[in-house]
Design a protein. Structure first.
Length: 475
């Protein structure tokens, strides 16, 4: 390592016995100390003498006696020139704000590149960030809407909306929206979605008419919808349909969604689309793990806060509206109650939601409840990380967050859902090859039934209704 030094001074003896100082500047001169790798033998010293950036040894310079007397008219001899050092030189500024930086500090030198001052680097970063936000302004708004209700969201949401308006004005977000639509990721603004279940003017007298006979030739259309807890449920049900040709399963999920925040994801509006387009006969739902928070309207205005009677009343109203809107003569609903969690605070909210859902389903015979707490609780009925099955084996039931179920534990819920579906339609053993193959990588494979008929017309989709299936539905 080189240490810059001050210019050398040489002293020569005058003819009168005095001394005169001769100062000369050595450009980019360096001294080498032993602790920084100075040569300590003659061979190393010779190597340093030929190095391009080595400071000249004293014998490379004129000795003081070689200098002419300053009183003489003859000019004194200049010192022997040496090559300019090329290594360990300070960074020098060149044109356009760039700096020359050496990449290697080895004795043999190294490559040189041009660096950028930190002011220019920060400015480039800010410009790139603003451009990214303008190009993906729609995702920015949806991300901010998903934040918890509070001062941070209150401040950032108007800013995100402002960026989105500028992006829409300049049409900068069109490419990102087009790419998302081409990849099947098109997302509609929840504020613009309308909830229309197309309910009849007067409810029918028989709310649970007999169901059709399910065969492998005409499999049962099953659709699974939910949040992140519903994702493994849909995947496992779809996998179960591979071995059971009487079931045709599709599924979809939206992480961090629920019924409490339609400003983030409007599940009632989406369920209305599912009822009209997918037309499932068995609709399995696992939603509610994210609903322990403020209830808002589609515009993001807070309607009720958790822990209040207003919250209970509003949540019950939304459940009733959803169950009533999804009712059809040929359709049955299956709702998975939320399993118990490790957090006592969150468990209080989930208990309240399960109570309201249970009270609503008790008055609606087309709704079947799947007891998630009982299926995933320990021997004492409380939260448990591990479960012991009937055969004596033990499984890991919970993920690290103490909320989500593992695949083994989700399989218990899936088996219970399949059993309820088979019992409701009195599905017997399969006697034909499997129906339409499913794409296991697509979580929204909404193939729908082959018969196009009105939702409330059981005659069009129930060619062979039996009394046994009706009794099973009543059970």
């Amino acid at each position: 390592m080189a240490i810059p030094t001050r210019p050398r001074r040489s002293r020569s003896r005058r003819s009168d016995g005095g001394h005169v100082d001769h100062e000369y500047a050595v450009e980019d001169s360096y001294a080498y100390a032993p602790e920084y790798g100075a040569p300590d033998d003659e061979a190393a010293a010779a190597e340093y003498r030929v190095a391009p950036r080595h400071r000249a040894e004293p014998d490379d310079w004129a000795e003081p006696d070689d200098w002419a007397d300053p009183h003489d008219e003859a000019p004194r001899r200049a010192p022997t020139p040496r090559p300019a050092p090329t290594r360990n030189r300070p960074a020098t500024r060149v044109r356009h704000g760039l700096r020359r930086v050496r990449l290697s500090d080895s004795p043999s030198g190294g490559r040189i590149r041009l660096g950028v001052p930190y002011q220019s680097a920060w400015l480039s970063y800010v410009i790139a960030l603003m451009l990214f936000l303008l190009l993906t302004s729609g995702d920015l708004v949806r991300t901010v809407r998903a934040m918890d209700i509070g001062p941070v969201r209150t401040v950032t949401l108007p800013m995100a909306n402002g960026v989105d308006r500028v992006s829409n004005l300049l049409s900068l977000n069109r490419p990102a929206d087009a790419i998302g639509a081409a990849l099947g990721r098109e997302v509609h603004d929840p504020v613009d979605q309308q909830v229309d279940f197309n309910l009849p003017a007067t409810p029918p007298e028989d709310l649970t008419p007999p169901l059709r006979e399910v065969t492998a030739d005409v499999p049962l259309e099953v659709h699974v919808a939910g949040d992140s807890m519903g994702q493994p449920l849909g995947q496992l049900l779809e996998a179960a349909a591979v071995d059971d040709p009487t079931l045709d399963v599709t599924y979809e999920y939206k992480i961090s969604s629920g019924l409490s925040r339609p400003d983030y994801y409007n599940w009632p509006a989406r369920f209305a689309e599912i009822a009209q387009n997918v037309k499932p006969e068995a609709l399995v739902m696992m939603i509610g793990g994210n609903d322990g928070q403020e209830l808002t309207d589609p515009a993001g205005n807070v309607v009720a806060r958790p822990g209040t009677d207003e919250w209970r009343t509003e949540y019950r109203r939304r459940i009733d509206e959803l169950f009533d809107g999804l009712r059809a003569d040929n359709r049955r609903l299956f709702w998975v109650l939320q399993p118990k969690v490790a957090s006592s605070k969150l468990q209080g909210s989930l208990t309240t939601m399960n109570e309201e859902v249970t009270a609503s389903a008790a008055k609606r015979p087309w709704v079947t409840l799947i007891d998630g707490p009982e299926l995933t609780s320990g021997p004492d009925g409380g939260y448990a990380d591990y479960l012991t099955l009937e055969d004596g084996s033990q499984i890991d039931c919970r993920q690290g967050d103490g909320v989500h179920l593992t695949i083994d534990c989700s399989r218990l819920v899936t088996d219970a859902a399949v059993d309820d579906i088979v019992e409701t339609w009195a599905i017997g053993e399969s006697a034909a090859p499997a129906g339409t193959p499913l794409d296991p990588t697509n979580g929204r494979d909404a193939s729908g039934p082959a018969v196009e008929a009105p939702v409330n017309s059981p005659a069009a989709e129930a060619p062979a209704a039996t009394a046994d299936s009706g009794d099973a539905a009543e059970d």
